[in-house]
Design a protein around this ligand. Structure first.
Ligand SMILES: Cc1cc2nc3c(=O)[nH]c(=O)nc-3n(C[C@H](O)[C@H](O)[C@H](O)COP(=O)(O)OP(=O)(O)OC[C@H]3O[C@@H](n4cnc5c(N)ncnc54)[C@H](O)[C@@H]3O)c2cc1C
Length: 674
């Protein structure tokens, strides 16, 4: 932790920021400051322990009288359903796939972090906390991140007890590898299928509760509206995606664990179905959307090969443990077979620019440098538009060191996947990689208890604005999803439910009838426009706008242009959309229409958020704010806050509430990985 000072965790190290610039003037209204009403105090090490003790209990007999809806069965939702079911509450679990096991979490490849220090390489809870706050470019909440680091070790124990087959060393201890932005080995993994194995663990635990009768499972159901009664979340309206039936489900608490919205960019590494609808419907009902512009662009994805694609594929960051990233020094070498380019003509640019972290710099930095190399004309692979969009990820040295079998043992499924998609053998020719949208740090605003500003609406996993600040370190999304589901929500929801039993409501309640009518009217509208363009074509156009102007580099002019373009696209969508089929049956065209309508509104808010934040931090790189050598330049005195946006109504402007980020344990510094 060179250069950092440890503090007592009690004295504020910075004051509130004061924004002077106002690039987004005219696009938003400034609202009241936002304060986390349940933010803990005291020494940082004791905050979560104290809070768990202070939170009230619900006796087992009363738990049986309380209903919890959990939307989402990925790691965050599956873990919460299993744990809350086991505790004895009545849980209703929803997902839009045909099985909870198909949640996007299953795609996670590389691993999950935990501060176990099995390698005795100097890891600790504090170091994981420090790395995460620094990795997030000092735009996350200190108390939340410390809690995350603290429970990380419990997650591994829980998963091992469930039978998750983590990789082991010869001696029997669980093995670890390194991910970007850290200098210790703390990433636990199961080959390149960590998410799948963890999800099977959570799924089994949840299915046990299904068998026990505490969890009722609703697959192929899409939540389309939140029910809010007297300011409290009390249920959802969902569509049975097979029959088209609109259903009302009521409860005492609603949890959204609905994943991330990276597909707003159309092309991303997310599962095709990942979308923002659940979160966006809650946003329109009053839930704040925080830091929506913070997007993670992952450096190691298979490059785009043309304009016919609808999906991008991630090559796990774990490959950066052994693979070396380079481009030719000379532009004229870019079309040569890489094996014919001699060592002295290769530029291992990450090792050159960041000698301390080398190929393991955080994702935002590795992505930006790959873009810089390609912008300079030193990219490799086929021309896409005016550029070659690719850099090499080369395992020649690793194969010399470990042998082909050694490399195969660590990464075989990733290498096979690459070979199947590109037709090239990565054991013989260096892989080609390029950055792609992968994860969103933004999401619904939550307090320390993971409760949104709507009472009784809790949000977990990638769907909340999360603990990762402006940039997430690799292998920490799985950690956060499981921390939220297994350890945080069960403690904080019980405190909320201790106020129960709540007034009973039924389907005739005015707010319920209104929510249902909203859904029915919207579906009827989609079916009746009868224009000429598919929802998919709008989605692709939106994605192009977002990637061009709100992607790896954002500028004031570009963002203004994007907002205008999105507004035009929205108007066209609502007058020229074509939905095929009918509403009372399985209809993917209708499902897509709803999701794209929400993506369009989200896209506009992302651009406004990006326009307002005239600083560069983590994944948000504003061209106007960079150091002399092109690194992200933060402006803490103006922007050390969480931007929480309130829906301003159909014709109104979004309202910005700022939550100050005050540090007491770690001092904000300009990030350096050199
Ligand atoms: C290719 C890839 C590899 C990754 N690898 C890693 C890794 O190695 N390590 C790491 O830490 N992170 C990794 N990540 C990130 C990580 O996988 C995700 O952030 C995490 O799995 C999200 O989990 P979640 O439970 O929040 O949401 P998800 O797993 O996305 O689950 C969302 C759930 O919500 C449901 N849902 C959504 N909307 C609705 C609705 N309207 N109605 C009903 N149900 C709904 C879905 O059906 C689903 O069950 C990776 C991401 C990608 C894209």
């Amino acid at each position: 932790m060179a250069g950092s000072t440890l503090h007592d965790g009690l004295t504020p190290l910075n004051g509130p920021s004061e924004q002077k610039s106002d690039d987004a003037r005219g696009y938003y209204t400034l609202g009241d400051k936002l304060v986390d009403p349940v933010a803990p105090e005291g020494p940082i090490k004791d905050r979560w322990t104290t809070r768990k003790f202070e939170n009230r209990l619900v006796n087992p007999a009363n738990r049986r009288k309380l209903d919890i809806i959990i939307v989402g069965t990925g790691l965050a939702g599956g873990a919460a359903a299993a744990t809350l079911g086991e505790a004895g509450y009545n849980v209703k679990s929803f997902c839009y796939q045909d099985s909870p096991r198909r949640a996007h979490s299953i795609a996670a490849q590389g691993g999950i972090n935990a501060a176990k220090n099995y390698k005795e390489d100097g890891d600790s809870t504090f170091r994981l906390f420090y790395d995460t706050v620094k990795g997030g470019d000092y735009r996350s909440r200190e108390s939340n991140v410390y809690r995350l680091a603290e429970v990380s070790a419990n997650i591994i124990d829980q998963c091992v007890a469930q039978g998750v087959p983590f990789a082991r060393e010869y001696g029997g201890l669980l093995d670890n590898r390194s991910f970007g932005g850290v200098q210790v080995s703390r990433t636990f993994y199961a080959r390149g299928q960590t998410g799948q194995q963890l999800l099977i663990g959570a799924y089994q635990a949840m299915e046990r509760q299904v068998a026990a009768g505490t969890v009722e499972q609703f697959t192929r159901h899409e939540m389309l509206e939140l029910i809010v009664v007297d300011g409290k979340a009390r249920g959802i309206i969902a569509r049975d995606m097979v029959t088209g039936a609109i259903e009302t489900h009521l409860a005492d608490v609603v949890v959204l664990a609905t994943g991330g919205y990276g597909n707003v960019f159309f092309l991303s590494t997310n599962a095709m179905g990942s979308n923002v609808t659940a979160a966006w419907r809650a946003h329109r009902k009053g839930a704040y959307m925080a830091n929506p512009c913070y997007t993670q662009i992952h450096p190691t994805c298979i490059p785009v090969s043309g304009d016919h694609q609808s999906k991008l594929t991630l090559m796990s960051e774990s490959l950066r443990n052994d693979g070396r990233i380079w481009v030719p020094k000379k532009k004229e070498d870019c079309t040569k077979d890489p094996r014919d380019i001699p060592e002295e003509d290769r530029d291992y640019y990450l090792e050159r620019i960041y000698p301390s972290f080398g190929n393991l710099v955080p994702r935002d930095i590795a992505s930006r440098q790959a873009k810089n190399m390609c912008d300079e004309g030193r990219g490799v692979g086929p021309m896409v538009g005016d550029f070659r969009r690719g850099v090499y990820l080369d395992f020649t040295d690793a194969i010399k060191r470990l042998g082909e079998d050694g490399v195969r043992e660590k990464y075989d499924n990733l290498f096979d996947m690459y070979a199947r998609i590109t037709g090239e053998n990565p054991y013989e020719v260096p892989m080609r990689i390029y950055p792609a949208v992968h994860y969103v740090m933004g999401g619904l605003w939550v307090d320390y208890h993971l409760q949104s500003n709507i009472e009784g609406l809790f949000v977990s996993g990638e769907a909340n604005f999360s603990d990762h600040g402006a940039n997430r370190l690799g292998a920490s999304a799985l950690m956060q999803g499981l921390a939220d589901g297994y350890f945080v929500l069960p403690n904080t929801i019980r405190d909320y439910l201790a106020d129960g039993p709540f007034d009973k409501i039924d389907e005739s309640h005015e707010a319920v009838v209104e929510a249902r009518a909203l859904v029915e009217e919207r579906i009827a509208k989609f079916m009746s426009i009868n224009g000429t363009r598919s929802a998919d074509s709008y989605h692709k156009e939106l994605g192009n706008i977002m990637w061009e102007y709100c992607g790896m580099e954002r500028t004031e002019d570009g963002l203004r242009k994007a907002i205008d373009m999105i507004r035009e696209l929205k108007a066209d969508f609502w007058s020229n959309l074509k939905v095929l089929g009918s509403a009372d049956t399985l209809n993917q065209s209708l499902e897509k229409a709803g999701r794209v309508a929400d993506f369009i509104e989200l896209g506009e808010l992302m651009c406004i958020d990006a326009l307002n934040r005239r600083e560069s931090c983590g994944g948000h790189f504003r061209g106007e704010s960079q150091t002399e050598d092109g690194e992200a330049l933060r402006h803490d005195e103006e922007f050390s806050y969480v931007a929480a946006w309130e829906w301003g109504g159909e014709e109104g402007q979004p309202v910005l509430h700022k939550e100050d980020l005050i540090y007491t344990a770690i001092e904000m510094k300009q990030r350096s990985y050199k």
